[in-house]
Design a protein around this ligand. Structure first.
Ligand code: SF4
Length: 222
């Protein structure tokens, strides 16, 4: 993959992009953001998980919260909720910690595991950032879901990695062109935090001219 260092995009956008290209563009290119219950709950869970920069050692596991990560190759930067470093003779050295450590990213999510692989892709992107920063392999991580209070293991397969690379290329292409994809109505629209901004039902059924006529000209008696 070519180096995308001309612009760094937020790593958190991977989940939006995987869910809906248009949602990603509305948030990350147009700066739209609708606070709703789901996003508010998600923020609360994340703020607990982040407690930025905190390190905690328990036995052979060093836990770091809110670790900043980046990848020049993917053109991404962001934060990991939690990265566990497991003491491992095949791991990498860490500043200020004796021994060698194997990184294991853990992402906290509101709700239960959902359909689709948006969460897995975001976690995989974190792992790819860690690999580039620490010059190591990160074969696996986990997603923790607030509703089930369970960890789901996520192996970073070649297919998942290839999907992350393809998505990053596409995201950077949209960002360069300032392109917001058109509405494509989908099942997820009902739960989308941007549905009021995006107006899928209206734009699906009406042309702009018809909408203006109905909502503006008709009010003015035209
Ligand atoms: S309402 Fe639907 S089309 Fe619009 S941004 Fe949300 S998911 Fe995408």
């Amino acid at each position: 993959m070519t180096d995308l260092r001309d612009r760094t995009l937020p790593l958190s956008g991977i989940q939006h992009f995987a869910f809906c290209r248009r949602q990603w563009a509305l948030i990350h290119l147009e700066g739209q953001w609708e606070e709703n219950l789901r996003t508010a709950e998600g923020e609360l869970l994340h703020s607990r998980a982040h407690e930025d920069g905190l390190r905690e050692r328990r036995g052979n596991v060093l836990t770091v919260r809110g670790l900043s990560v980046f990848s020049q190759r993917l053109g991404l930067s962001g934060k990991c909720d939690v990265v566990e470093f497991h003491a491992d003779s095949a791991g990498v050295p860490l500043q200020g910690e004796p021994g060698l450590w194997q990184p294991f990213p853990v992402e906290y999510k509101r709700g239960a595991p959902k359909n689709g692989d948006a969460d897995q892709l975001q976690l995989c992107a974190q792992a790819m950032c860690l690999e580039e920063m620490l010059c190591c392999q990160v074969p696996e991580g986990a997603l923790y879901y607030g509703e089930t209070r369970r960890r789901e293991p996520v192996p970073f397969t070649p297919e998942l990695r290839a999907q992350v690379e393809t998505m990053c290329r596409e995201m950077h292409d949209y960002a360069r062109r300032g392109h917001t994809p058109r509405v494509k109505h989908r099942k997820g629209c009902a739960a989308c935090s941007l549905k009021e901004v995006c107006l899928p039902a209206m734009t699906r059924s009406l042309s702009a001219a018809t909408y203006l006529h109905r909502h503006i000209y008709s009010e003015e008696g035209l």
